[in-house]
Write a new protein. Structure first.
Length: 614
């Protein structure tokens, strides 16, 4: 067994033997017949490698990277990568970010910056090796070339070739390809997004009307809430007035008439108000009908007013303004037919899922408009009824505030953070052809692993939230599209749904933990970022919930009423005068509260001597 002798460097040398004793391993035979060949040819594996073979392997070792670079440089545009990227309710921000980085990577100045960074990387690598050698460390002169070489290879293989990323948003039914993105980034981002999409498909079905692919961010539930809170915007505003007068003059009379077949229970639980309103079309009772030709109204019998109202309210075009407004509130663009049709189809499917029956969009809007007319007349006719309805509505709004904020803002925040992470890619890619390529690649991968983990955890939380929504809308389902179903919010099940809205924020924290364990970068920074992201919307939701309570609303109104006189007084008097006046007022109030009705005595009790203000 030869011994190795070390030189001043790290590379070992062959033993100083001119003719090493080579022999074939057992079970193999030599193919040479000459006496004592220097390197016999064996049919089996060799035990030793001679000096010439060692030199040959060294040459091969240096040639392989050159061959690898030649293969990379021969990369043509025909090998450009094309992958898909799915975003859920965050299309505009993501497309804008990818478009901007594509422009940056295609800029000639940015390409020139890479060569500058490569030269600086080589220079810094040589300087580091030189100082290590001066400090007595054992280094080889070319040890710095491997990190730089690997970085340059990654740049040539993964950054120079450009591909296309096909971006989809199944929630908004949007699609746009973005070209000019480096192949390496497309491969990394596309692969992680494919993992996210696969896991989302496992926990949620694409055909499910309440699945994550259709309801990411709770857009459908947000539309339901807006229809109830903002009302139905009819293109003909006179229909609202005609409906209210018909309910007040005809419908209430029919409900109170002895022997009627129209009951309160029918109004509370029904799928269509039209047949019920027809029962109130009495020829003996009169009401007022409003229209463009007669804006001041004209008197008609209930039997004549109902057909006129029905002809207008059953027209689908009457609710087009409401449909477009509610879709716009949910983030859809009504001017794009594909998005608008997606919004209408999604909303109809959601209502059918909630109600357990089949309704079209026109029927849903019509029921809401007629129910609002019933509610407004009931509230104006009975203060007790108004208090009960408003209290139930405020309670439901308070309970849903946290959940609504979470459903609305989580997809938007995630899309913005994705856009920021994408926007940082050109800066991080600069470090790839330098010895810092390992940290740069880790940071890039870490960002998108974090976003992927967040998407998966949010999809799981969303699916559980939809399971709770089944219980939350159980009472609504019992009353179909009647007055009770449309007006009901303050139920125990809604508390669970609203509480679960806060749980969705924990998905961000869990994604941070997963990312820290996988790539071990920026755990503390990500935790602080996650906490900062979640704190503002949660605080806003809590404030909104307090404002919707009676005492919170009263405090807000009182503050608004006191603000103008306080500001007007501040412009007229200085701070000392206002403070002195306030002290005198409090002293007088205290004295009068003790029963000292005399003004001067009241001042003296307060400890302030002065003349009467009377």
């Amino acid at each position: 067994m030869p011994r190795w002798r070390r030189s001043s460097g790290r590379m070992p040398r062959w033993p100083a033997r001119s003719t090493p004793s080579w022999r074939c391993p057992p079970g193999s035979s030599s193919s040479t017949t000459s006496p004592e060949p220097r390197y016999p040819r064996c049919s089996g594996p060799l035990w030793r490698i001679g000096p010439s073979e060692g030199r040959q392997m060294k040459k091969t070792f240096y040639v392989l990277p050159l061959v690898f670079l030649v293969v990379i440089l021969s990369h043509s545009t025909s090998h450009a990568i094309e992958m898909e990227y799915y975003t859920y309710n965050g299309f505009n921000a993501v497309v804008s970010a990818f478009t901007k980085i594509a422009l940056i990577f295609s800029d000639a100045d940015y390409k020139g910056l890479f060569f500058t960074v490569i030269v600086l990387g080589i220079l810094m690598g040589g300087v580091v090796v030189y100082f290590l050698a001066l400090s007595g460390g054992r280094v080889t002169p070319l040890s710095w070339t491997w990190p730089v070489g690997i970085g340059i290879s990654l740049y040539l293989a993964l950054v120079l070739p450009k591909g296309t990323l096909h971006i989809y948003d199944p929630v908004k039914n949007q699609y746009q390809p973005v070209g000019g993105i480096p192949d390496g980034l497309i491969a990394l981002i596309g692969a992680l997004n494919k993992v996210e999409r696969g896991l989302i498909d496992i926990v949620s079905t694409a055909a499910d009307p309440v699945g994550y692919q259709q309801q990411a961010g709770g857009v459908g539930f947000d539309m339901l809430l807006n229809i109830q809170s903002k009302g139905v915007l009819l293109s003909d505003q006179y229909i609202h007035q005609s409906l209210r007068k018909y309910v007040e003059d005809c419908l209430y009379f029919e409900v109170a008439r002895p022997g009627t077949t129209l009951t309160i229970n029918d109004l509370a639980n029904n799928a269509d108000f039209i047949p019920l309103f027809r029962k109130a079309a009495s020829p003996a009772i009169y009401t007022t009908f409003y229209e463009d030709a007669k804006p001041e109204g004209r008197t008609l019998k209930c039997s004549d007013a109902m057909p006129a109202i029905e002809a207008k309210i059953t027209n689908p075009s009457l609710f087009e303004n409401t449909s477009q407004a509610r879709c716009a509130d949910a983030g859809f663009d009504p001017s794009i037919p594909s998005e608008y049709n997606q919004c209408k189809g999604m909303f109809t499917s959601l209502v059918n899922w909630v109600q357990g029956a089949v309704f079209d969009a026109t029927q849903i809007y019509r029921q809401n408009a007629m129910a609002q007319s019933l509610s407004s007349v009931a509230q104006s006719a009975s203060p007790d009824t108004a208090i009960a309805v408003l209290a139930g509505r405020d309670t439901g709004t308070s309970l849903l505030s946290t959940g609504v904020v979470a459903n609305e803002w989580i997809p938007i925040i995630r899309a913005v953070i994705t856009a920021i992470a994408i926007g940082l890619l050109p800066f991080l890619v600069i470090f790839i052809p330098t010895p810092l390529f390992g940290k740069a690649v880790t940071l890039i991968a870490g960002f998108f692993i974090w976003l992927t983990a967040w998407g998966v955890t949010d999809a799981i939380a969303h699916q559980f939230a939809m399971d709770y929504a089944v219980k939350a809308f159980a009472e609504v389902r019992q009353y179909q599209l009647g007055l009770t179903a449309i007006s009901t919010f303050g139920t125990a099940s809604l508390k669970t749904l609203a509480a679960f809205g806060a749980i969705r924020w924990s998905g961000l924290m869990l994604a941070t933990v997963i990312t820290t364990m996988l790539v071990r970068f920026g755990g503390h920074a990500l935790s602080m970022l996650a906490g900062q992201i979640t704190s503002s919307p949660q605080h806003a939701a809590q404030v909104t919930g307090r404002v919707t309570t009676p005492e919170g609303g009263a405090g807000l109104i009182s503050a608004l009423e006191n603000a103008p006189p306080v500001m007007a007084n501040a412009y007229k008097f200085d701070f000392w005068q206002r403070t002195h006046a306030k002290a005198n007022t409090m002293a007088r109030s205290t004295g009068e509260g003790l029963g000292l009705l005399d003004t001067d005595s009241a001042f003296e009790v307060g400890g302030i001597q002065g003349q009467s203000a009377r």
